[in-house]
Design a protein around this ligand. Structure first.
Ligand code: NA7
Length: 552
């Protein structure tokens, strides 16, 4: 099938007969990665266009407007670091900024660097096909329009394909219903309403804590409890602001050296080497500190050694028991199928205390599973619960889901979804054999998924920019990894994760989503060797003349 015929089939019936717009580079997505890539490619003098499904910039922070949405990264480690002026002009108001502030930051970035003139909004890419004869990519939009470019850069994010629960009757409910990642732009009030939240991941925990403040009644439908830890957010006072702005070089240098580009890095000791009393005091300190210290700044072996993990898991268990007044309820909130840190740790601001409120109730789906959504509410195996509003905090088809939702075809019509049916295969998480000139920012097998993401976005974007500069300089027009390099990297990614305890539990990090057919097997989709090692490898490949890639 000719590439554009394929695109027309995937696009709407209104296929546009006009010839496609042409660029050197097309970027899909105007979140932080797409915007920063645009900025860098403009510097190269490329003709580049960003296509964005939403009507504004910000990606994750554009879509996830749910109540309570905020950073778990320190704000002052999250902003892009490339511009001294930007760092000095922008003043984060809180140590962990809420979504509206982060969205304002994204808009500020777009305005300051005049990025919007190269972004087309309301342009959802539904198909992309490589045309071997022309050596370029044609993308098709939902409305039938098309565009072409030599290079296709995906900046579509690892957590951007929301999933609704596979529960019968989801469409039947007559009240208000929202998925957290598709939250309306208009304010939503919970006052005087009976609200249900389904899901207790990082998103559910933030949502529940906020909704509980004003809802008449809140029912939390929990299938798997998670180990949540306190965020300890606070406003940034004037003196601290001055200090932060003066310390950016040190802050970013520290992030650069840590495993996940956070300011927190693992303690070099093994948990069991430390006397019990000292260990307990260490956990207390980490629990009392803001941010991910309890997860990322813990003893080096808690995520790989079960006995070490048991010590911190026991500590966290006692914390939940101390915070939830009703002992039976506390037990229901304590995870029993995984140890602390082996799933993404939700950071919370009074989450457990919510369950001490008289207007909040926990429905434990392990005992009474949901049977269906009804016009009036939710029916579990033992009762029908009436609601005015249902909030689905049911997560994402993570990491590869956003790729699957675009009909991507490479050389010889090879479908990316088919190639990745048994898990992604990539070289450096940046390219895929059979898909020449397609580059995948923060894609699978990248360090970015477990990263303080803008830090890893910067690394990816700068590497891709240098690659395109190199190709231009050398007169190359096509790049694709060799199948051997792809195989070796994919093996290496799997080996990097082999010792992690998190492989023993279902989560989006192990690629399991029970709401999506074909996503029931655990597969590790990110590079687990840490950001510094990943950067070293990428740099070595570049220094070696892009070893492992076939340039033509
Ligand atoms: P998560 O962490 O994937 O959480 C989704 C939650 O929804 C989780 O508690 C699920 O339970 C629950 N869920 C999903 N489907 C169902 C059905 N069918 N019935 C009941 N409960 C269900 O997504 P988040 O949005 O919270 O967080 C994703 C990441 O975004 C987060 O880690 C941050 O990095 C940003 P389960 O655990 O599968 O039993």
């Amino acid at each position: 099938m000719a590439p554009h015929a394929d695109i027309e089939a995937a696009s709407s019936a209104k296929a546009d007969v006009r010839s496609p717009e042409r660029y050197q580079v097309i970027i899909i997505g105007a979140g932080l990665s797409g915007m920063y890539q645009l900025y860098r490619l403009r510097e190269l003098g490329c003709s580049v266009r960003v296509f964005e499904a939403g009507d504004g910039v910000g990606g994750t922070w554009y879509w996830n407007r749910y109540p309570g949405a905020r950073f778990d990264s320190e704000s002052w480690t999250y902003g892009l670091s490339f511009s001294h002026d930007l760092l000095q002009e922008w003043s984060w108001k809180e140590h962990f900024a809420a979504q509206p502030e982060t969205l304002r930051y994204c808009n500020y970035l777009a305005d300051k660097f005049d990025l919007r003139r190269d972004i087309t909004f309301n342009a959802r890419v539904v198909a992309a096909a490589y045309d071997e004869n022309a050596n370029d990519w044609e993308v098709g939009f939902e409305d039938g329009r098309r565009a072409r470019a030599r290079f296709l850069i995906t900046a579509i994010g690892p957590l951007s394909a929301p999933t609704m629960p596979a529960i019968p009757g989801v469409g039947d409910f007559r009240g208000e219903a929202y998925h957290t990642a598709k939250w309306p732009h208009a304010p939503v009030s919970f006052k005087g309403k009976r609200v249900a939240v389904i899901g207790t991941g990082a998103t559910g925990v933030q949502t529940i804590t906020e909704v509980a403040k004003t809802a008449l009644h809140l029912s939390v439908f929990q299938r798997t409890p998670n180990w949540c830890a306190p965020l300890h957010n606070a406003a940034i006072d004037a003196e601290t602001q001055v200090h932060i702005k003066a310390s950016y070089p040190e802050i970013f240098a520290r992030c650069r050296e840590s495993y996940g580009c956070f300011i927190h890095d693992a303690d070099p000791r093994n948990a069991l080497e430390v006397p019990a009393e000292e260990r307990e005091a260490f956990y207390e300190r980490r629990y009392a500190e803001p941010g991910f210290g309890i997860w990322m700044g813990n003893f080096r072996d808690i995520l790989i050694d079960k006995a070490a993990n048991d010590t911190v898991t026991d500590f966290m268990r006692r914390k939940i028991r101390a915070r939830v007044h009703n002992p039976e309820l506390a037990e229901r909130l304590i995870p029993t199928n995984h140890g602390f840190g082996t799933r993404r740790v939700p950071l919370e601001s009074g989450y457990y205390e919510v369950y001490n409120q008289p207007n909040v109730r926990l429905v434990d789906l392990r005992e009474t599973p949901i049977e269906r959504i009804t016009p009036n509410g939710i029916r579990t195996s033992d009762a029908e619960h009436p609601f005015d509003m249902i909030i689905y905090a049911t997560g994402f088809d993570a990491i590869t889901g956003a790729f699957d939702r675009i009909h991507i075809r490479g050389r010889g019509g090879l479908r990316l979804k088919a190639k990745w049916a048994d898990g992604p295969r990539t070289y450096l998480g940046l390219q895929v054999a059979g898909f020449p000139n397609m580059l995948t920012l923060v894609g699978p097998h990248n360090a970015a998924t477990f990263c303080n993401i803008p830090r890893c976005i910067e690394q990816n974007v700068e590497w891709v920019t240098e690659l395109l500069r190199y190709m231009d300089h050398k007169g190359y027009t096509r790049i694709e990894p060799s199948p051997d390099a792809e195989h070796a990297w994919t093996q290496h990614v799997h080996e990097s994760a082999a010792r992690l305890l998190l492989l023993e539990v279902d989560s989006w990090m192990t690629g399991v989503n029970r709401n999506v057919p074909g996503r029931q097997q655990r597969t590790f989709m990110a590079y687990a060797g840490g950001a510094p090692k990943y950067r070293e490898k990428c740099d070595a490949v570049a220094a070696g003349g892009y070893e492992g890639f076939v340039l033509a």
